[in-house]
Design a protein around this ligand. Structure first.
Ligand code: FPP
Ligand code: MG
Length: 325
């Protein structure tokens, strides 16, 4: 949260935003506590590991300046809940993927094993709903639980399609929609009100672009830049957009059985081959088109958003793209 771009974004988002984000941080730290020192250490380290707080920002920006203290507190709890769900899914995802590195740090599963990592994810997940359960209105719980069902379905789809090199573009997009876009969309829904415009489609499109670029980064590397090992998806049997597009351009890649990729060195070599086909640029174009569409949606709501929020949400969309460039 400390790059020049995020500083510009927070400035544009409104005078209330720095305090709101600080309050969200406080709620996150508090939520990581309890249930013993070991679980607290892993939960709080996960929360502190340099996440960009993109989803809370989105929620707070969609909501705009709250009319009163009670609304502000409600929005901050919802923003913290979304980030807790996001953190929980990453901890669980690393268990499922057997990933050793995230955000440049050893994962909870690498440090403490599957049981502890599963429990850490469970704690973060439960705390998210505990925050929302304070509301009288059941809608936020409904929005977030629907998004979580989508996340779980997306993950199941990914497992069902694992090692299948012929997975279609449509199936890949459905997976991205479920496992990533739904939470971005939920952040927008949680921030929406009768006064705020419906920006759920904006959240969906930047969420999809986010996942596509994440999949590009897995192939492009390097680990020093991405905080994750290059080719991890290939080793895990996860077929993503770069390989789907590269298979159309390279016969050897089209004939490749992903089960034959068993070492990080082999995965690196396949990543290089995918890059040589130009598929990374093509995948990036897909993501850029989605972000352009998302920005067009913002344009349509420019008047009701006002110049500051319009600019800040545009910067959120740009920040998704900037991860790659
Ligand atoms: C990261 O994607 C993972 C997700 C976006 C969703 C993971 C979902 C689950 C583990 C199931 C649902 C869990 C809960 C708690 C609701 P990625 O593997 O493509 O990204 P990465 O490269 O950062 O690992
Ligand atoms: Mg993963």
């Amino acid at each position: 949260m400390s790059t020049p771009e995020t500083a510009q974004l927070v400035r544009a988002g409104g005078a209330h935003l720095p305090d709101a984000l600080a309050a969200v941080e406080g709620l996150l730290i508090e939520a990581g506590g309890g249930n013993g020192d070991v679980l607290r250490a892993h939960a709080q380290a996960t929360i502190a590991a340099g996440g960009k707080r993109l989803r809370p920002l989105l929620l707070l920006l969609v909501a705009g300046e709250p009319p009163d203290q009670a609304t502000a507190a409600r929005l901050q709890r919802a923003a913290a809940a979304v980030e807790l769900i996001h953190s929980a899914t990453l901890v669980h995802d690393d268990v499922l993927d057997g990933a050793s590195l995230r955000r440049g740090q050893p994962t909870v599963v690498a440090l403490a094993g599957r049981e502890m990592a599963t429990a850490t994810g469970d704690l973060l997940f439960a705390r998210a709903f505990a925050l929302l359960a304070r509301e009288e209105d059941p809608l936020p719980v409904r929005i977030l639980s629907e998004a979580c069902s989508g996340l779980a379905l997306g993950e199941l789809l990914q497992r069902a399609d694992a090692w299948d090199p012929g997975v279609s573009l449509e199936r890949y997009l459905l997976r991205c929609e479920l496992k990533t876009a739904r939470l971005f969309e939920a952040a927008c829904r949680l921030g929406a009100s009768t006064e705020a415009p419906d920006l759920a489609p904006f959240g969906r499109d930047i969420g999809l672009a986010f996942q596509m670029l994440d999949d590009v980064l897995d192939v492009s590397g390097p680990a020093e830049r991405t905080g994750k090992h290059r080719g991890a998806d290939l080793l895990d049997g996860t077929i993503t957009l770069p390989l789907i597009l590269a298979r159309e351009r390279d016969r050897d890649l089209a004939a490749l059985d992903p089960r034959e990729i068993t070492t990080p060195e082999q995965a690196e070599a396949v990543c290089r081959r995918i890059a040589e086909t130009g598929a990374l640029e093509a995948a990036r174009e897909h993501a850029l088109a989605l972000v352009a569409g998302a920005r067009a949606l913002l344009d349509a709501h420019a008047a009701s958003l006002g110049p500051g929020r319009y600019e800040a949400l545009g910067l959120v969309a740009e920040s998704v793209v900037r991860r790659y460039s």
